[in-house]
Design a protein around this ligand. Structure first.
Ligand code: PMV
Length: 362
């Protein structure tokens, strides 16, 4: 499929007004996306666990404008209150997707959105938020053209979400999603995420992710600035190659169920992401002292007990503690007694692998 596959023909139906609601999960990358080409095209393929508890719920109400004009007219309501701060980001999103959603300027839209996790938790809501909004827009497109297939609906939702935030392309489906072309994964694409198409060993089913909220403040360096710093980065090409190789290795690991090998790749990916930040120009550090304290404690506990606890990091200071279902109770006990002390105000979120976005009744 190409970008042109997502440009609609003339719509069959007309719809005056209505409302849809979707909830979309967050996701945590195992092989990281860090570095992109114009048009939100990733430099290397990535793969993520879709989460379950961390999600955004968005409803979209729409009504045809009486007087058509050439602007995007919309209001944003965030957690019950009008929130104009989100408008510039959504306007940019609408500008990018307009060629694929030519009806956008014919409606007045009301976007009401809320997150299951606290706003100031350091958890990015762009993946779940852009995915939920893209799905609402796809519901509208489906009413305009009921012939759209389920497969196209999902692919185009991910394609649109990607244009809002790259990692949002991985927040439509579950439980493992690949985004970015990889020669060994048939159907993989730089344009949208796909559900991981191969066998996954029982060991990776119901995997847990306890998110330790080390720093709930706004990041000093945004993801988009970070991605841009990969242009001309001295290690960029080697890093992109490494991302592709790590994904190749994970294919075998998901099949065999080798958690030890999984941990080596996932932790290395997390540290490499931050190593790219440390070696950018200008350089920056998003980890905090407690991020490192937690990592040390995890390594110590793993060595002492042989339990298969591991970590990954996002573009921030919070630590995602990953562990298999079979060892969940012992590891969770350790998290509560040893790691929660390093969290800001003792806050953490218990999450696990989830199965993707859901449409909700109005
Ligand atoms: O989707 P963005 O542009 O916010 O980039 C996300 C990048 C990471 O979260 C650091 C890695 C990833 O693959 O999700």
């Amino acid at each position: 499929m190409t970008e042109n596959s997502f440009i609609p023909n003339k719509y069959k139906n007309s719809v005056d007004k209505g409302q849809y609601c979707w909830s979309s999960p967050s996701n945590i990358a195992l092989v990281k996306y860090w570095g992109k080409r114009p048009g939100q095209i990733p430099e290397n393929p990535s793969i993520s666990f879709t989460l379950d508890a961390c999600k955004t719920t968005t409803s979209l109400s729409f009504e045809l404008k009486e007087q058509p004009n050439d602007t995007f007219n919309f209001d944003v309501i965030f957690e019950g209150k009008k929130h104009d701060e989100f408008k510039p980001k959504i306007t940019t999103f609408f500008e990018r997707i307009e060629p694929y959603m030519p009806f956008l300027k014919t409606y007045h839209l009301i976007i009401e959105t809320s997150n299951s996790f606290p706003h100031s938790s350091g958890i990015a809501s762009s993946a779940s938020g852009m995915s939920a909004l893209a799905l609402c827009l796809m519901s509208l497109e489906k009413d305009l053209n009921p012939e759209i297939s389920d497969d196209f609906f999902i692919k185009k939702a991910s394609f649109l979400a990607r244009l809002g935030s790259g990692s949002a392309s991985r927040s439509v489906e579950g439980d493992l999603v690949v985004w970015g072309k990889h020669e060994a994964i048939e159907g993989s694409s730089d344009l949208f995420g796909i559900k991981y198409p191969f066998e996954v060993h029982e060991n990776f089913k119901n995997y847990h992710d306890t998110i330790l909220l080390v720093d709930k403040g706004e990041k000093q360096v945004s993801s988009s600035v970070g991605h841009n710093l990969m242009h001309g980065h001295p290690f960029a090409e080697r890093r992109f190659e490494q991302g592709r190789d790590n994904l190749s290795k994970l294919l075998e690991i998901f099949k065999s169920g080798d958690i030890k090998a999984f941990i080596e790749i996932v932790e290395s990916e997390a540290l490499t992401l931050h190593a790219m930040m440390l070696t950018s120009k200008p350089y920056f550090i998003l980890m905090k002292p407690n991020t490192l304290e937690i990592i040390q404690k995890i390594w110590q506990f793993r060595q002492q007990t042989g339990l298969q606890i591991s970590f990954t990091l996002d573009a921030g200071a919070n630590v995602h503690v990953l562990y298999p279902e079979a060892e969940a109770s012992k590891i969770y006990e350790f998290i509560k007694t040893e790691l929660v002390a390093y969290c800001q105000n003792g806050h953490y979120i218990c999450d696990r692998i989830g199965f993707g976005a859901k449409q909700l009744p109005i």
